[in-house]
Design a protein around this ligand. Sequence first.
Ligand code: GTP
Ligand code: MG
Length: 365
Amino acid sequence: MSLQIGIVGLPNAGKSTLFNALTLAGAATAPYPFTTIEPNIGVAAVPDGRLEQLAALVRPEKVAPATVEFVDIAGLVRGASRGEGLGNQFLGHIRNVDAVVLVLRGFADPDVPTAGAEVDPLADLETLETELVLADVGAVDRRIEKVQGQAKAHPRDFADQLHWLAALCEHLNHGRPARSFELPAHHPDWTADLALLTHKPRLYLVNVGEADLPAGGPLARPIVERATAEMTPCLVLCAACEAELATWAADEAAAYRKDLGLAEPGLHRLIRAGYRLLDRITFFTITGSKEARAWTLRRGQTAYEAAGLIHSDIQRGFIRAEVAPYASILAAAGLSGARAQGHLRLEGREYIVQDGDVIHFRFNV
Ligand SMILES: Nc1nc2c(ncn2[C@@H]2O[C@H](COP(=O)(O)OP(=O)(O)OP(=O)(O)O)[C@@H](O)[C@H]2O)c(=O)[nH]1
Ligand SMILES: [Mg+2]
């Protein structure tokens, strides 16, 4: 399954504009709040120069990049947890994402209304934090009620769990995120299946005006400083420029980017930041002249797990994985060349897949 990343922010922060730049899906964007009501879900190909090099060598019929799915939801406002704006029910659409991008408005534009009197990304971040924390309070409260029901017949069995859920609730009610709450080590993780929003890996994205590229200017600075202090990854980009440039011919877009002081599309930076945040790696498969494909794994996953990602039959019948780093495949002009030169290692199911591995699975059908 591809990585899923949720996009949250205040109305008019530029979430759907960013979503369009990423996925080219053409979601509605407009200079008024709550343009997005139903979530937009779209897929972005993960840019990878290594896959391109492999494809140039093998010339397969199909080149299949790894993908990341983005979920763009309605804007959150102060009081959303109490039903302001569209409320916060729509946060249910990002309960199961792997990570959250907090889009913060850092562009001034008199035609696009702001939540307060002026553009203030730090205040917006506070609002977002508060509403996400309150959404989590709601989730924990509902869980407490449910467990209290179960505990009626066997109170002792649930005493510990209720104690810790109450402590978590108290922590959240002080405005603190779930990620800074530690359950005692020897207990089961009672919160794992709650998928708390303030427990998810996150990154900040400041959406600035074109004139403030590439560094971000004074509007982005407070967020960049806070992100550094918190060690939260932070990107500065111009969503409107990215959305526009995504529709241009590649060479013209690259020339324009260079003038703006940008080395690459914002999408590339965002996806790379997401991979780093979630500790993901990429491996490749080449199926004769049919297909060259990139796949995403968690760092530390095994060849057996990689096989299961491709097909349950390959995992079930797993015999051996033939493995070489992509650079050796390029040097040997393909899989068969690498095999002939003895560059393919034979690995068993416990082998820990490395970023950039090209793998050929041998399996019994
Ligand atoms: N000047 C400028 N305008 C932008 C930028 N990014 C987005 N906009 C404009 O801001 C307005 C709101 O953008 P959207 O992408 O619809 O914002 P959203 O966060 O999805 O808003 P909701 O769906 O209402 O929550 C649109 O008119 C965009 O064209 C930017 O970088 N610079
Ligand atoms: Mg929108």
